[in-house]
Design a binder for this molecule. Structure first.
Ligand SMILES: Cc1cc2nc3c(=O)[nH]c(=O)nc-3n(C[C@H](O)[C@H](O)[C@H](O)COP(=O)(O)OP(=O)(O)OC[C@H]3O[C@@H](n4cnc5c(N)ncnc54)[C@H](O)[C@@H]3O)c2cc1C
Length: 176
């Protein structure tokens, strides 16, 4: 029995597992995916979080929904690979392989850009991570609220008060 191990079950690793499982005889080929996260993140959905169209929960599904039949899923964090011995080292154990597919994705490195971290996730926001998209949504909510308050104040200055109670002026919003 030959042993294929795929590191990472994001879109890439899951597609490789699905396509290989269709092609390779289960009696001859064992396929295992190792991932440190049981949650699948629908990354294009992160773009919609800042605008309140999706929530963080909308973009998360259990990976088990996508792992094809006939593929083993192991929840573990890979720490190293020994290509000579064909062994993967992980926090919970070691795993042998005959063929290895590495599909561990990528991550943003804002700290490699001078000055970026000084205002990171405050006035400098990203939507290329779940945390970034959630932070940007909060920021946009705040900015929109500020903008609408400013607009209301401007409108109030243009409006004449309807009534006055002592030093308090009562305005009716939404009227021209
Ligand atoms: C905002 C946004 C919009 C996008 N829009 C589009 C689009 O319109 N069209 C399009 O085609 N693509 C789009 N993309 C890109 C697409 O989502 C990614 O290219 C794709 O999800 C990457 O898949 P992946 O499997 O390579 O990596 P990932 O999905 O990141 O998967 C990597 C996996 O490896 C695991 N892993 C990493 N390190 C370890 C370790 N040491 N041990 C164990 N497991 C580990 C992680 O837990 C993860 O599950 C978008 C991305 C973003 C962020």
């Amino acid at each position: 029995m030959k042993n294929i191990v795929i590191l990472g079950s994001g879109s890439g690793g899951t597609m490789v597992a699905t396509l290989l499982r269709r092609q390779l005889d289960e009696k001859e080929w064992k396929i295992t995916i190792i991932d440190r996260d049981w949650q699948h993140h629908y990354q294009p959905g992160w773009l919609f979080i800042p605008f309140g169209i999706y929530s963080a929960a909308d973009c998360i599904k259990p990976k088990s929904d996508f792992i094809p039949n006939g593929v083993d899923f192991v929840l573990d964090e890979v720490t190293g690979i020994d290509p000579k011995q064909r062994v993967i080292k992980a926090k919970q154990g070691v795993y042998n392989y005959d063929w290895l597919v590495i599909a561990t994705g990528c991550r943003i490195m804002p700290d490699e850009i001078d000055g970026m971290m000084e205002d990171w996730r405050n006035n400098i926001c990203d939507f290329y991570s779940l945390e970034g998209a959630v932070a940007l949504q909060k920021k946009m909510k705040y900015l929109l609220l500020q903008q609408s308050n400013r607009q209301k104040l401007q409108e109030m200055r243009l409006l004449k008060p309807e009534t006055r109670q002592g030093s308090i002026y009562i305005y009716s919003m939404g009227k021209n």
